[in-house]
Design a protein around this ligand. Structure first.
Ligand code: BGC
Length: 709
């Protein structure tokens, strides 16, 4: 008999339910307070895992209760939200997605996992894989942006980074793919709101990143809070038992989100907590996060005949297997040993990740700074704001470790006179600082205007209906720009902001998102030209909130926009085009593409066709470019999106260097869910588009044909 079977046999019902009980220790508040746990519960075997607790001593004390005092000595699982760093904080995921660099995505996950496992954590509630096309939704900051292929590659890289390659054990951390699924499509971009998406959108857009996470061996999956197409995800057997367990053969742990089992009553699908417990377990949810409903009400559900005891055993076995694969039965006090220089290595990685994630949106020749620049005014409420640079979900990160933008510039340019005035606060209506800020701008060779949101304005429960600059920042910016010095605006935010007036007037704008600990160094590297920016937008940047949801992979219409015909798809008062398309991002180089060609005109499923394009760096600076391959299937029974990302390549070019970039494309890349949602490839014409962003006007194109073979 296996160790796990033996344990299961020995367990009382209460001990079994204890293994399914995931409780918060409230060291970080990540949801409404529902009451913490007590050591008594742990000692009594009524707790399977604890999250929001860190610090080796605290973890050891809790583990000792479980291992030495509970009857069967089953170790606790320690979880935490490690989204973009544990102590060293890396850029928020939406920004890092824009690096389009799976190797970087994996390395930052690995670094975060090592730091956390070095302090006794076992499980991260990451990666967050919600495809999001609505920047009103604050949680867009936590995920990979709008595109399912980016989501898939991001999922794969992050799971590998957190867990390593060996699926039989999770090292250094176990990962959680969340939030399954479609929470990014919450109605009107409001957190926790219901989602109504077609079956096709589920299979084409929202499920693929989770499929990729499962294929990469992801240990656990967390359900979304939302009601999706009529059923709360915590109760959605069709997608949990059906899709995850049945179709993908996922055999890891499925957990609810924070108190979501109890919330089934508020959703109106469970009459009481006993029903809630039964519905969630029967839907496939193994662990109950925070609500304590399984522990308190499952016995009654059993007595009422609402659940099968074998379903409880199966869930407990999955939790125990997770603990086994983490090595907790061998060493419950497991702490991963770290190299002595790990902090320095991670700091350097955070700086590099930061500069690879900052997107140069506009540059009217002002960046990089000229060598003779002497006086710089650093103005705005985000200029010297360490805590804000961490962004949402900063785990054990600390403001005092952050290099602010002001500090980063001072370190990078010791011979310049650099002065700072915040002018206004991020929010609020106090304008008394505007006049001194403008006075500072007046005498400067350049103004670095640091605008944006606070870290707390994105992430969970941080949705916005208006996406302009909060408070009096616009007034400050306009007054400062009127002072006449060339102005570089930096936008710190967890989402695109609709500030068309700023894009028109500033000499340069950089989306600096929330870049983490090393934000100031990374930004200074770009402004001074020490690093040539290479990030691209992982999300379309709207001009106006009314355009949302906006994404490049739009569905077809029989009346595409035609300026000469008003009965075509358009607004009366706004362009259809985003402010910046998906994939947009400037560098200091000038790169051109030409001569798109394919080895043959036919695409088959049995072998791939080579697609090539010539790339030329026409400037005197080295550059790293991202070349995107999009496609449209022009002839399918299901109307396909106008463009879908099929692949991308990165290429590093020396000054004036030419290169040829190649893609291997097969008909399999054109598989789409057929009527039964199983993948099909249909013969017919396809267009391929290659370019530096999804801007249709700049893409090279070629027509190929899918043939059956
Ligand atoms: C969030 C999850 C998070 C959990 C635990 C919830 O409120 O939705 O993303 O993992 O709290 O902190």
């Amino acid at each position: 008999m296996s160790h796990i079977d033996a344990l299961l046999r020995a367990m009382t019902l209460s001990e079994k339910l204890g293994q399914l009980n995931l409780v918060t220790a409230d060291q970080a508040i990540t949801g409404p307070s529902v009451g913490g746990t007590t050591t008594d519960d742990i000692c009594a075997g009524r707790v399977g895992g604890v999250f929001n607790l860190w610090g080796l001593d605290a973890l050891r004390r809790a583990q000792r209760c479980a291992v030495e005092e509970s009857r069967l000595g089953v170790p606790l699982l320690f979880g935490l939200d490690i989204l973009h760093g544990f102590r060293t904080i890396f850029p928020i995921p939406l920004a890092e997605a824009g690096a389009f660099d799976p190797d970087l995505w994996e390395r930052t996950a690995r670094a975060a996992a090592l730091e956390a496992a070095g302090e006794g954590i076992h499980l991260t509630f990451a990666p967050m894989l919600d495809i999001a096309r609505d920047p009103r939704w604050g949680r867009i900051a936590e995920g990979p942006g709008e595109d399912p292929l980016v989501g898939e590659k991001f999922a794969h890289a992050k799971v590998k980074g957190f867990q390593g390659d060996d699926v039989s054990r999770f090292y250094p951390l176990a990962a959680t793919a969340k939030h399954f699924c479609a929470g990014g499509a919450a109605t009107a971009g409001r957190d926790y709101a219901a989602v109504d998406v077609s079956e096709r959108a589920l299979h084409e857009v929202y499920l693929p990143p989770f499929r990729a996470a499962v294929a990469a061996g992801c240990a656990t999956i967390m359900t979304a809070f939302n009601n999706v197409n009529g059923a709360p995800m915590t109760a959605q057997s069709r997608l949990l038992n059906g899709y995850l367990r049945g179709r993908l053969n996922f055999d890891g742990v499925i957990m609810s989100d924070y108190a979501a089992v109890a919330e089934l009553v508020e959703h109106g699908v469970a009459a009481d907590q006993t029903e809630a417990a039964a519905i969630a377990l029967n839907a496939g949810v193994d662990m109950d996060m925070v609500s304590g409903v399984y522990l308190a009400h499952m016995p009654e559900a059993l007595a009422r005949g609402l659940v099968d005891p074998r379903a409880i055993d199966a869930a407990v076995a999955r939790v125990l297997r997770l603990k086994e694969r983490l090595g907790l039965f061998d060493d419950p006090y497991r702490v991963v040993r770290l190299d002595d220089d790990v902090k320095d290595t991670h700091r350097a990685l955070a700086r590099d990740a930061g500069r690879r994630s900052a997107t140069l949106l506009v540059n009217r020749g002002i960046l990089p700074f000229a060598a003779d620049i002497r006086r710089i005014a650093v103005i705005g409420p985000l200029a010297d704001a360490g805590a804000e640079m961490l962004g949402p979900w900063f785990a054990a990160g600390a403001a005092e470790n952050c290099v602010t933008i002001f500090e980063g510039l001072r370190r990078a340019l010791p011979n310049c006179e650099i002065a700072h005035h915040s002018g206004v606060a991020i929010e609020g209506d106090d304008e008394s600082g505007v006049v001194p800020a403008v006075a500072l701008a007046e005498g400067a060779d350049a103004v670095v205007l640091c605008l944006g949101e606070s870290a707390g304005m994105s992430g969970e429960a941080a949705c916005r209906a208006a996406l302009g600059l909060p408070g009096e920042q616009r007034r400050l910016a306009e007054r400062v720009m009127s002072a006449g010095a060339p102005t570089i605006a930096l936008l710190s935010s967890g989402r695109p902001l609709t500030v068309p007036w700023l894009f028109e007037r500033a000499q340069a704008v950089v989306a600096t998102w929330f870049l983490g600990d090393r934000a100031g160094e990374a930004i200074a590297d770009i402004l001074t030209g020490r690093f040539n920016p290479c990030a691209r937008l992982a999300v379309s940047w709207p001009r106006a909130v009314g355009q949302i949801p906006i994404f490049y992979a739009a569905g077809s219409t029989g009346r595409p926009f035609d300026a000469a015909n008003s009965y075509t798809s358009r607004y009366l008062d706004c362009s259809n085009e985003p402010q910046f398309p998906f994939g947009h991002g400037l560098s200091f180089a000038r790169t051109t593409l030409s001569n798109l060609r394919a080895d043959g005109r036919e695409l088959t499923t049995s072998r791939s066709t080579r697609i090539s394009v010539d790339v030329q760096n026409e400037s005197d600076v080295a550059t790293e470019e991202t070349i995107f391959l999009f496609a449209r299937d022009r002839d399918a029974r299901v109307a396909r999106p106008l463009m879908e990302l099929k692949d991308w390549r990165k290429v590093v070019l020396a000054p004036q260097q030419p290169a040829t970039v190649e893609f291997a494309l097969s008909a399999a890349a054109f598989a789409f869910p057929g009527e039964d949602m199983e993948p099909v490839v249909e013969p017919g014409d396809v267009d391929i588009f290659v370019g530096l962003s999804a801007d249709a006007a700049t893409l090279l194109s070629a027509r190929l044909r899918i043939v059956s073979a």
